[in-house]
Ligand binder design. Structure first.
Ligand SMILES: C[S@@+](CC[C@H](N)C(=O)[O-])C[C@H]1O[C@@H](n2cnc3c(N)ncnc32)[C@H](O)[C@@H]1O
Length: 223
């Protein structure tokens, strides 16, 4: 029995993932500046084996190359056509970024500035900004900085009881400017165990911890 369904937000800050979307589908990882990392995090956060998680929102902050930074927001309550395989997600991101560029050109022609997220496909929005735009969007939620060596998630009180936003790094970890800003805003540091995992595995472990707390009586049958 589900005792609470509280919105969860995951933010993956991908330090060199191409914000242009101009990468090869035959070599997503190297031609995309390791954009495979945020794509796999998206799958881990948003999809269960039965489909979408409607109470999850994922932000992919793309900080590499031309047009950077750009952030794509996926809202589980309304997103469509999200498939679990990496290539399909890569195609979706490419189409989304191309549509956002076309929208941006139209705005530039009319002199309008896009400072906030604009929806380009159902449940998928883009802004030509980075972590600062995410922080505006998640105002009022509890902030968590997910990083190796921090206090154990299993000892974290009230985890999952409030609308929360979890920030994760990519294969290179975090930019110090991001961690400084999150610490300045009172983000709670959260550790997920003694071993440094791939970012998508960190999302999966954290999702599992949140699921355990969201469902009453889970585990009561004993070992
Ligand atoms: C591959 S790890 C980053 C490794 C990077 N070399 C570093 O030193 O930060 C990717 C991200 O997953 C998360 N992560 C991985 N293992 C973790 C752990 N044991 N505890 C908490 N977060 C973890 C963190 O957000 C991290 O930035």
């Amino acid at each position: 029995m589900l005792v609470r369904e509280v919105k969860r937000r995951f933010v993956v800050v991908a330090q060199r993932a191409l914000a242009s979307g101009e990468f090869s589908l035959d070599d997503i990882a190297s031609s995309g500046g390791r954009i495979d990392v945020p794509l796999r995090c998206l799958r881990a956060a948003m999809l269960s084996s039965h489909g979408l998680r409607p109470s999850v929102i994922v932000y992919l902050v793309l900080c590499g190359g031309e047009y950077a930074p750009r952030t794509i927001r996926f809202d589980g309550a309304s997103v469509k056509f999200l498939r679990p395989d990496e290539r399909a997600l890569a195609v979706l991101v490419q189409k989304t970024l191309a549509a956002a560029r076309a929208q941006g050109r139209a705005e530039a022609a009319t002199g309008a500035a896009a400072a906030a997220f604009a929806e380009v496909k159902p449940g998928i929005s883009v802004v030509s900004r980075g972590v600062d735009a995410v922080l505006d969007d998640v105002a009022g939620t509890r902030l968590y900085l997910v990083r190796e060596g921090a206090d154990d998630v299993r000892a974290a009180r009230e985890l999952g009881e409030h609308e929360s936003t979890f920030f994760l790094g990519d294969d290179r970890g975090f930019d110090v400017a991001v961690t400084d800003e999150l610490e300045r805003r009172g983000a709670i540091a959260l550790g997920l165990g003694p071993v440094s995992m791939h970012a998508e595995d960190a999302v999966a472990v954290l999702t599992n911890e949140l699921d355990r707390r969201a469902f009453a009586h889970y585990g009561e049958r004993g070992a």
